[in-house]
Ligand binder design. Sequence first.
Ligand code: FES
Ligand code: FES
Length: 203
Amino acid sequence: MNRRDLMAAAGACAALPLTQGGARSQPAPAGKPVKAEVSFTVNGRKHALDVDTRTTLLDALREHLHMTGTKKGCDHGQCGACTVIVDGQRINSCLSLAVMHPDAEITTIEGLGTVENLHPMQAAFVKHDGFQCGYCTPGQICSSVAMLDEIEAGIPSHVTSDLTVSVTLSESEIRERMSGNICRCGAYSNIVEAITEVARTRA
Ligand code: FES
Ligand code: FES
């Protein structure tokens, strides 16, 4: 078989489901949604939701509670734009179902501070220009707040060299621990400066 024959055969295969109406071209029928009730506290306010059990926490926040501060970037757990704090731990809310969090205490960017009274991390991001378009920023800020708590709790990271002493904050620690939060504008050095400043005031 020469190259021309190979291309013709490949083209015929690609067209097969369309020309023959094959089953592979049809999406699987969607099952009837299964609904469940879940209640949790978001930024100090209790909410009870009746949701399709497939609803992610991210969609519950954005679509059901209309709290759009938490962003949907990749929706695949790869960018960190959807980071929120659940019971003190940062998570990618796009990877977690809402029904997995009964009675949880959830903090989103809307609950950290207000325009008049910014959270210290929000103020530091503004001061150090830790953003450009701002799309990743809610996730960056929620993640960095929880990340400093992790350091204070003595939780080591992949770059912690000595596990027998308390973790020392360093640029490499911050960059490693924040590596799940992608900034397509590349504001990383300013983000590190902002986090470093807040960490120093907490020390
Ligand atoms: Fe959740 Fe990207 S939207 S990690
Ligand atoms: Fe634009 Fe981070 S500020 S993606």
